[in-house]
Design a protein around this ligand. Structure first.
Ligand code: SF4
Length: 165
């Protein structure tokens, strides 16, 4: 009998302790479920912004009006706080994340909330004033459009329920 294929999970690299955030820090989370999935070899890690060619550290960036979906449609941009347009890098990183997820047959992703790439429910509003709004980042939007269920780092129990359904 064939062994069932594991349900792999794409994960934001910063959540696994890689210091790839704009300010050179990580957002390591310690949770038994994450440890279990890591030990099972099911976590596929990527930082979409680094994969898109951005350095670490880098200037913080926000989506200027609207959300990641509108960036993918060419109706909005990602700008850093120095005014540089980094839309191209964000879209490239999102595509690389999708490619990696598809290559490893990931059924879901754990992405860092509030990031202009990885946020799935909340992002910043583009004013660089620390104002949050409902919306998804560029990578999260592209994954969702392609049928990959996205959870944030506070929804690991929800993800576990999704996996065992
Ligand atoms: S782009 Fe995503 S993985 Fe990379 S540092 Fe930001 S939140 Fe983490």
């Amino acid at each position: 009998m064939n062994k069932p294929s594991p349900q792999n999970i794409l994960i934001s690299a910063c959540l696994l302790g890689s210091p790839v955030r704009y300010n050179g820090t990580d957002l390591l989370i310690k949770h038994p479920l994450l440890k279990q999935w890591e030990n099972e070899g099911r976590l596929i890690s990527i930082c979409p912004e680094v994969a898109g060619g951005m350095p670490t550290p880098r200037a913080p960036a926000e989506i200027i009006s609207k959300d990641g979906e509108s960036v993918l449609l060419g109706n909005s941009h990602v700008i850093d706080n120095k005014g540089e347009n980094v839309t191209k890098e964000f879209i490239l990183g999102a595509n690389k994340a999708l490619e990696l997820a598809q290559k490893h047959h990931c059924v879901a992703a754990i992405l860092t909330e509030r990031s202009p790439s990885c946020g799935s429910n909340i992002i910043y509003d583009g004013s660089f004033s620390n104002i949050q709004k409902v919306g998804a980042g560029v990578t999260a939007s592209l994954l969702m459009k392609n049928g990959i269920k996205v959870f944030n780092q506070n929804q690991l129990d929800d993800l576990n329920n999704f996996l065992i359904l």
